[in-house]
Design a protein around this ligand. Structure first.
Ligand SMILES: NC(=O)c1ccc[n+]([C@@H]2O[C@H](COP(=O)([O-])OP(=O)(O)OC[C@H]3O[C@@H](n4cnc5c(N)ncnc54)[C@H](OP(=O)(O)O)[C@@H]3O)[C@@H](O)[C@H]2O)c1
Length: 255
């Protein structure tokens, strides 16, 4: 939500979603806040809780908040049940402090980026590092995460290890990558982007896949050499003027 949002605008946004979806109650509303320098997210969260008490919202969640603010919001009584964060083999920032904070407050993690926009797949195995920017903004975003992870060469080592694990189980790199995220503590779901049914079978294979201790050791041997990305959830993306912030779209509220 925009920092300039008023209480009325929050209620209006919820009414608009109810109308568009043709439902009387929204199953889950997730609050996102761009600018912590405008500390009105608590006020907006309280307004969402009020609309929830009126029956317009079933469950409240957050997305891309840092650990201290998740703790503060929940500890002041906002009934948050989930937090949507980027979590993948390449981006393990939630493991630093977010997972423990969410476990202590019974908040489930809903994870995006588990496939790094499709970069964690056979398509990129053995491929030379492409130049920036990509035609697809999502690939640019996750390519930047690969740079934080340790660069293209280490990424290729990871892909090769995942391909080997995939061969042992008869599944794809993507299936292994999704399973790895689902196996992290406090993770309730991986949100996998789909533009067609092309990857559906591979995505579903992740559900029945069981990674062995040997698989996990092979993955960990690469991850142990990855210096980043560092810091808390979404901190890099909030660095004004930084490479990760520059590619963000800030106003998603216009109807
Ligand atoms: N809260 C936030 O800030 C935030 C940010 C980003 C995304 N999201 C949410 O997360 C959803 C997913 O987005 P994402 O960025 O995380 O994308 P993603 O799931 O990491 O990547 C999706 C792309 O990966 C490829 N793919 C899909 N299934 C695959 C499989 N089984 N194996 C190999 N490749 C596969 C497809 O690309 P090709 O068709 O090109 O192969 C697809 O377009 C979004 O729709 C959105 O709801 C939230």
């Amino acid at each position: 939500m925009l920092a300039s949002y008023s209480k009325d605008a929050v209620a209006h946004a919820i009414e608009r979603s109810l109308t568009r979806l043709g439902v009387e109650r929204l199953d889950l509303v997730q609050l996102h806040w761009w600018d912590y320098d405008v500390p009105r997210y608590a006020e907006v969260a309280r307004e969402l809780a009020r609309l929830q008490a009126q029956g317009k919202i079933r469950l409240l969640g957050l997305t891309n908040f840092d650990t201290a603010r998740v703790e503060a919001l929940v500890d002041t009584g906002i009934p948050i049940v989930s937090h949507q964060v980027q979590y993948s083999l390449l981006d393990r920032r939630p493991a630093a402090t977010m997972v423990a904070a969410c476990r202590a407050r019974d908040i489930s993690l809903l994870c995006y980026g588990s496939l790094a926009g499709g970069l964690l797949s056979e398509r990129w195995l053995g491929v030379e590092e492409p130049p920036f920017p990509h035609a697809n903004r999502s690939l640019t975003k996750y390519h930047l995460i690969i740079q934080e992870f340790g660069g293209w060469a280490l990424f290729q080592e990871l892909l090769a290890v995942l391909a080997g694990i995939g061969r042992r189980h008869g599944v794809s790199i993507g299936s292994v990558a999704i399973r790895h995220v689902l196996d992290r503590p406090q993770v309730a779901a991986a949100i996998v982007g789909a533009t067609s049914t092309r990857h559906l079978a591979a995505t579903l294979q992740a559900i029945s896949l069981t990674l062995t201790a040997e698989d996990c050791r092979a993955v960990d041997s690469v991850l142990a050499r990855a210096p980043g990305p560092d810091g808390d959830v979404y901190t890099l993306e909030r660095e004004k003027g930084g490479a990760h912030a520059r590619i963000m779209r800030y106003d998603l509220n216009t109807s």
